[in-house]
Design a protein around this ligand. Structure first.
Ligand code: BG6
Ligand code: MG
Length: 218
């Protein structure tokens, strides 16, 4: 926390799934359903390896124990099947699924004059932001629809910083994924971690709750 006293961030780039809302649980449920249908083992520990990772790279991890190689078309169909399950879970979300502590933290950061962005690997980002009432809230949204390389590659965060008109070192990334924290560091950004990544001590700051961001950022 020593660094917090000296660092003046101007932009905060938030991961979405598992940071802004608990869609990470829906990813788990949707992959679990697919894995059960395919007869491959899948548990929460394996699910943690999917955090921040693209849909197709996630499928490859889910299929690690599948007995035979699958053609690309079959893999695309399985990824689509998982996404349909996932989207049906997202459709049940409402603004009540934006946690109060997240909402309060976002509003407090904005009141301090910080520029706020999303940096997510998810192609479902626009849908999720609409569901939880954050459509149009962020100054920039960089997501799975405008990147070619998924975390741990820094592309999604570098594009978010660029959209904010800031240099990477002026930005702080907030992440729940070890792959996401690595992406931030590779992009020259500090990372404040929550959840799984915080437990793994992957961040510049490892927080026990998102409200602690208000102590890290001036
Ligand atoms: C990330 C999630 O935000 O988005 C990953 O942490 C997920 O678990 C990735 O695989 C891609 O999401 P989507 O919605 O495009 O399938
Ligand atoms: Mg995440």
């Amino acid at each position: 926390m020593v660094k917090a006293q000296t660092m003046q961030y101007q932009g905060i780039i938030f991961d979405l799934d598992g940071v802004i809302c608990f869609t990470d649980e829906y990813h788990y449920q949707a992959w679990k359903r697919l894995a059960d249908e395919l007869g491959v083992a899948f548990d929460r520990e394996k699910n943690n390896r999917l955090r921040g990772v693209s849909r197709m790279a996630s499928l490859d991890i889910v299929l690690e124990d599948y007995p035979e190689p699958l053609a690309e078309a079959e893999k695309l169909a399985l990824a689509e099947q998982k996404n349909e399950t996932y989207k049906s879970l997202l459709a049940t979300m409402t603004p009540a699924d934006l946690p109060e502590d997240v909402k309060a933290t976002l509003l407090a950061l904005r009141a301090r004059g910080l520029r706020l962005a999303i940096g997510s690997s998810s192609k479902n980002t626009p849908f999720i932001l609409r569901q939880i009432g954050l459509d149009g809230f962020f100054d920039a949204v960089s997501d799975g629809n405008n990147i070619s390389k998924s975390k741990p590659d820094p592309e999604v965060f570098l594009k978010a910083a660029q959209m904010l008109g800031l240099e990477p070192e002026q930005c702080l990334v907030v992440e729940d994924a070890v792959a996401g924290a690595e992406a931030a560091h590779r992009g020259g950004m500090d990372a404040a971690c929550v959840g799984d990544a915080s437990q793994a001590k992957a961040g510049t700051y490892n927080l026990s709750s998102i409200t602690e961001l208000l102590n890290v950022v001036k």
